[in-house]
Design a protein around this ligand. Structure first.
Ligand SMILES: O=C(O)CCC(=O)C(=O)O
Ligand SMILES: [Fe+2]
Length: 761
């Protein structure tokens, strides 16, 4: 990937790392949070990273069983080779999993615990910090830094050796690895195996492959079980070959998101409605909509995962291809004169019993994965001979029923207005029958960014004029600001919007979290403010609601100066807090609208030819701790660039751990009632060039490589919305999409509540 990326003439946007899995994303987010010294964020993301890492490791280990097969015919050498192959493959998993963006990171897992140790220490959770130390040492007993940290912690909180207990998952992982390594060492030391001759393959191999497949499938099933997928009923229980029912193939939030795909699709008189990829394409071509796009991407991922499961479960000798994928919902029909003898099908049709096939096909299989729970009237029914019922069972989110496409089935329609929806997938063993729509949708999703680009190019002037009409004025340009890509605009936010955002931070501060008055974990000078907000850096989390982390300790002395408090809130937090009723919909709306206005203004002001995405959004206030220290010479934020590391010689290296993906930055100020706190652009030698006084509605926009800093806030509180943008869609801040969705939902709920109240009256 790096090779292609570097090749001239290949635009960045053509690269989507389809293999990017959650733990890697979480790792990257954690590193971002670490750079910003947002420790709760580091913890949250690393914990998710670790959890997923172990899942991926198990997958990798299991895959090794499947990939390797016995070669040759001589039994003992064959078996020995097989064992060595599997061992080598399994020992290689760690290296394989440590590649983030194709670049392997040495000691990835150790590193994670190193970072965790630090972050937990920073938030004052010494117990967890000790656990992280022990875990890191479990992986590498001679990790000098960890040994040192252990001593520090022992002194600090009077811990003994036995208080350092590694996590169970790590102990298990390390033990397993040690065992494999020992075996490998033993083999290497005691036996010399002949080189494998690749030419010895012969007819007997087929048998071996089949055996291997069996092993592999069994093994996979154990893995799947561990991932929460439970087989509810097998063919033996269901009266006919190939039938199965498995639970847990989708999580509730995934079902919820997939159900968005059927919104707006008309219900036919029969009571069925069908979502197809063709419809999705049409809709996406008509109006690119990020929310819809996210659901569609999930649909594609889910179909692939279910296919994978089905293939393994059925131990199908041929590969399954997706022939047709859809979402079908059934509800009460509008016309009551139903055809007699009509059996509703999961595919959305209704057929006569006699027209149903009675033979199992050799080449076609079907799965139905439910997206919601329907009452017992929504049962799925396997039909037997003479219209008899073999089995029937209820449906719920994530439950999947698999059967041969020729198998007879029907379903019951739930009562009332409720809808019964499912992802219905048909598989074929013929590659040529592969669903064209599926491939087309994949390419379309790739093209969506280009579509955005096209619309972006058209309207730069128009958009700037619209901003001007709204009273947004460009007050300083590059010449005034002595740099290449810099500007200042006024009038981007109203006083009401500024106050709403400021109050959001203040109120979160007032809510308190019971830690009032505690001492800072770092130095005596720094204080532990009882501010409950700052559940920072939690953007982009796809799963979990982050609620648990609300309970974690919050503090914040500025990471840059001990004379200021630093409190912030991300889009993700804001959306969660609104959901919990802790901030108003108005607040979140202002947050979202202002961010979008800022993004658009930067994109259009610089007349960018590539779309600009949110990378990270953070509402942050800096408060002078002690007003009397007005003689301070320190900076609230030292001179830096947002996407590279400023070196002493004035150069700026675009390298880890800088957020190199950031292309543009903007700060939207929310108030002026404080002393100090001027923003300034700087020379590479850190000397000041021009400075700006913040005020409500003022925005400074610049290339993320420009040097800048913030003078000390000498008294009062300075609040701003900091935004970082990227051209790279892989770094898109998903929290924006989520927040918009949450907002829409809550507003809809509020409306219907109002309606109910109205009707009650
Ligand atoms: O708040 C400001 O004016 C600038 C902050 C900044 O440069 C940053 O957070 O990277
Ligand atoms: Fe900055």
């Amino acid at each position: 990937m790096l090779f292609y990326r570097d090749k001239a003439g290949v635009p960045e946007k053509h690269f989507l790392d389809m293999e990017m899995v959650t733990y890697k994303e979480e790792y990257i987010r954690a590193m971002m949070a670490h750079k910003a010294e947002l420790w709760t964020g580091v913890i949250r993301h690393l914990e998710m990273c670790v959890e997923d890492y172990f899942v991926q490791d198990e997958r990798c280990q299991a895959d090794c069983q499947g990939k390797t097969r016995m070669r040759g015919t001589e039994f003992s050498t064959g078996i020995a080779d097989l064992i060595i192959d599997i061992l080598t493959c399994r020992l290689n998993c760690e290296e394989q999993l440590s590649a983030v963006y194709s670049e392997p990171i040495d000691f990835f897992l150790q590193d994670i615990f190193h970072y965790l140790n630090f972050a937990y220490y920073k938030v004052g959770d010494y117990e967890k910090s000790a656990e992280a130390i022990a875990s890191c040492l479990q992986l590498n007993g001679s990790h000098q830094v960890m040994k040192d940290n252990k001593e520090v912690l022992k002194k600090k909180i009077d811990y003994a050796d036995e208080d350092f207990v590694a996590r169970e998952s790590v102990v298990e992982y390390a033990a397993q690895k040690r065992e494999m390594q020992d075996l490998m060492d033993f083999i290497n030391k005691n036996y010399k195996w002949p080189d494998i001759n690749e030419n010895v393959e012969d007819e007997e191999e087929d048998e071996d492959i089949l055996q291997q497949d069996n092993v592999e499938s069994d093994d996979w099933m154990t893995r799947y079980e561990k991932l929460g997928m439970h087989i509810i009923a097998k063919a033996e229980d269901l009266s006919r070959a190939q039938r199965f029912v498995t639970d847990g193939l989708l999580k509730p939030e995934q079902c919820e998101e997939l159900l968005m795909l059927v919104e707006g699709i008309p219900v036919k008189a029969s009571g069925a409605l069908t979502f197809t990829l063709k419809l999705a394409q049409e809709r996406l071509e008509r109006s690119p909509d990020e929310e819809y796009e996210a659901s569609l991407r999930l649909f594609i991922r889910a179909a692939e995962a279910i296919r994978h499961y089905t293939q393994r479960y059925t131990e199908a000798p041929d590969a399954y291809y997706l022939k047709h994928t859809s979402v079908v919902c059934w509800s009460q029909p509008s016309e009551l004169k139903e055809k007699l003898d009509c059996y509703r099908q999961e595919h959305g049709s209704c057929v006569r019993f006699d027209d149903m096939s009675d033979e199992l096909y050799v080449d076609a299989f079907t799965t139905v994965t439910y997206l919601n729970t329907a009452d017992e009237d929504g049962d799925f029914v396997f039909l037997g001979e003479n219209r008899g019922v073999d089995n029937s069972f209820g449906v719920k989110c994530g439950r999947t029923v698999g059967f041969n496409s020729g198998d007879r089935h029907t379903l019951k329609i739930p009562k009332g207005n409720s809808q019964r929806c499912a992802m219905v997938i048909d598989y074929t063993i013929y590659r040529s029958d592969d669903e064209k729509e599926y491939q087309d949708t994949l390419s379309l999703l790739h093209r969506v960014d280009e579509l955005r680009l096209a619309s972006a190019q058209k309207s730069s002037e128009v958009v700037m004029k619209a901003f001007d009409d709204k009273g947004v004025k460009i007050v300083k340009k590059s010449d005034d600001l002595q740099g290449k890509e810099r500007f200042v605009a006024d009038g981007l936010a109203t006083d009401a919007q500024c106050n709403t955002l400021r109050n959001m931070v203040l109120e979160m501060g007032k809510a308190g979290d019971g830690y009032e008055g505690q001492k800072s974990p770092h130095t005596i000078n720094e204080m532990f403010a009882g501010l409950s907000l700052v559940q920072v850096a939690q953007s982009g989390a796809l799963v979990g609601d982050g609620y648990d982390h609300l309970k974690s300790k919050t503090f914040f002395v500025s990471p840059h100066t001990e004379h200021e408090l630093y409190q912030g809130i991300t889009i993700y937090r804001a959306s969660k807090l609104m959901h919990m009723g802790m901030i108003s919909t108005f607040g979140l709306r202002a947050f979202l609208e202002l961010s979008e206005d800022a993004r658009l203004l930067v994109e259009k002001y610089f007349n960018l030819t590539k779309p600009l995405y949110f990378d990270y959004t953070h509402l942050v206030c800096r408060t002078a701790i002690d007003d009397s220290k007005s003689q301070r010479q320190d900076l609230s934020h030292p001179v830096h660039a947002d996407n590279c590391l400023l070196q002493p010689d004035g150069s700026c290296t675009k390298d880890y751990p800088a957020f190199t993906q950031r292309d543009y930055s903007a700060i939207l100020y929310l108030n002026a009632d404080f002393e100090g706190g001027e923003f300034f652009f700087a020379h590479s030698n850190k000397s000041e060039q021009v400075s700006l006084r913040p005020k409500c509605g003022r925005l400074v926009g610049f290339n993320a490589g420009e040097f800048h800093g913030v003078r000390a806030v000498k008294s009062g509180q300075r609040c701003a919305l900091a935004l970082w943008f990227t051209h790279n869609p892989n770094f898109k801040e998903l929290a924006h999409i989520q927040a918009r969705k949450t907002l829409k939902q809550v507003e809809k709920d509020q409306q219907s509540e109002e309606k109910i109240v109205h009707e009650d009256l």
